[in-house]
Design a protein around this ligand. Structure first.
Ligand code: HEC
Ligand code: HEC
Length: 291
């Protein structure tokens, strides 16, 4: 057995006091740099333990002398973000739609806000991207407008709604032309439907169109315009384009004349705040059809 102080002849390092079949082990000390890092880490963890939440207990945990928590950090970040938003929202409230439109940063904020609110409130009826849905939910992304596509007109539509049942809502009622009490017989409805088809060059019956033109001038032109160009004052759709609320084939047109369908859109004035209404207006206006 080697004694404790015995040194290896080759390296000069002390030997451990055991051997197996003549093989001995060097007692190499730990490198200094390793020891420094080790003790620094121990010290660091001790400081961290005291400053930050660390030791779990039965009903909670030691919160650390700094009082830091990931939750308060998130709350601070959110509060910061809200402060930034509130600044923009204040400006939107006090700036006219036209002026917001000229302010690039404010407009970008407003359109983003409008888009978010649209997804929440409008998408079920008007569809993703506001492209509309079958059955009378108009696209808001084209330039066909029932009630007008200017900023002011869109804002008003949102505020008061359409046939929303309130006093100031936008409304107009297309008369029922068919049925036993209606002013038109089925044959006349057929004729005027042929005339409506002729506005988009789809009629195949020239004589019916001639008869229908007279009925149209008497019964329909007051709302839909002489040439079917529509009237945004009255919310009467154009009949001489290819955009239809309820379908543009003859069956759908006859059905509409016989017993009209009329769309209802909620009034948002009381439900959404003034900033949101403005942001929605700017968003809808930005979709491509804004005037
Ligand atoms: C319950 C279904 C419904 C919801 C929800 C709805 N709309 Fe409408 N909206 C309609 C219908 C139906 C019309 C067409 C009314 C008509 O036929 O005159 C319409 C019409 C409009 C118009 C007028 C289009 C034009 O051509 O003049 C605008 C603008 C509009 N909606 C925007 C919105 C916005 C913005 C929201 C969300 C805040 C919204 N709508 C939510 C059903 C809805
Ligand atoms: C008092 C005004 C008024 C009169 C008169 C009127 N309409 Fe209408 N018409 C409307 C309105 C408003 C709508 C849109 C309903 C809605 O928004 O849901 C409409 C919708 C229609 C539509 C559906 C358009 C689409 O895009 O799907 C057709 C077709 C139509 N009218 C044809 C006629 C014809 C034909 C006559 C005459 C026999 C006539 N209307 C008379 C107000 C009128």
């Amino acid at each position: 057995m080697p004694t404790k102080a015995e040194k290896d002849a080759l390296t000069g390092t002390e030997l451990r006091d055991h051997e197996w079949d003549g093989i001995q082990e060097l007692d190499t000390p730990l490198p200094k740099w390793w020891l420094y890092v080790f003790w620094a880490a121990v010290l660091w963890s001790a400081i961290y333990f005291v400053l930050y939440p660390s030791v779990p207990g039965i009903s909670g945990y030691f919160k650390g002398v700094l009082g830091w928590s990931s939750r308060t950090q998130i709350e601070e970040t959110l509060a910061e973000a809200r402060k930034g938003q509130a600044k923009y929202l204040d400006r939107i409230r006090t700036t006219s739609l036209e002026d917001i439109r000229r302010d690039r940063a404010l407009l970008t904020f407003a359109i983003a806000g409008g888009k978010a609110s649209f997804a929440q409130n409008c998408l079920p009826c008007h569809g993703p991207g506001a492209v509309g849905r079958k059955g009378g939910y108009p696209s808001l992304a084209d330039d066909a407008w029932l009630w007008g596509g200017t900023l002011a007109a869109i804002h008003k539509t949102l505020e008061v709604g359409i046939r929303a049942g309130t006093e100031d809502t936008r409304t107009n009622t297309m008369p029922t032309f068919g049925g036993p009490d209606g002013p038109l017989k089925p044959a006349q409805i057929d004729d005027v439907a042929e005339f409506v088809l002729s506005l988009t060059k789809r009629s195949t019956d020239a004589e019916a169109v001639t008869r229908g033109a007279k009925i149209y001038a008497d019964q329909c032109a007051a709302c839909h315009g002489k040439a079917g160009e529509g009237n945004q004052e009255l919310g009467a759709p154009t009949l001489n384009d290819q955009i239809w609320l309820y379908g543009g084939n003859k069956t759908a047109i006859v059905a509409q004349i016989t017993k009209p369908t009329m769309g209802v859109m909620p009034n948002w004035g009381g439900r959404l705040d003034a900033e949101t209404l403005k942001m929605l207006t700017l968003y809808v206006h930005s979709l491509g059809g804004g005037k």
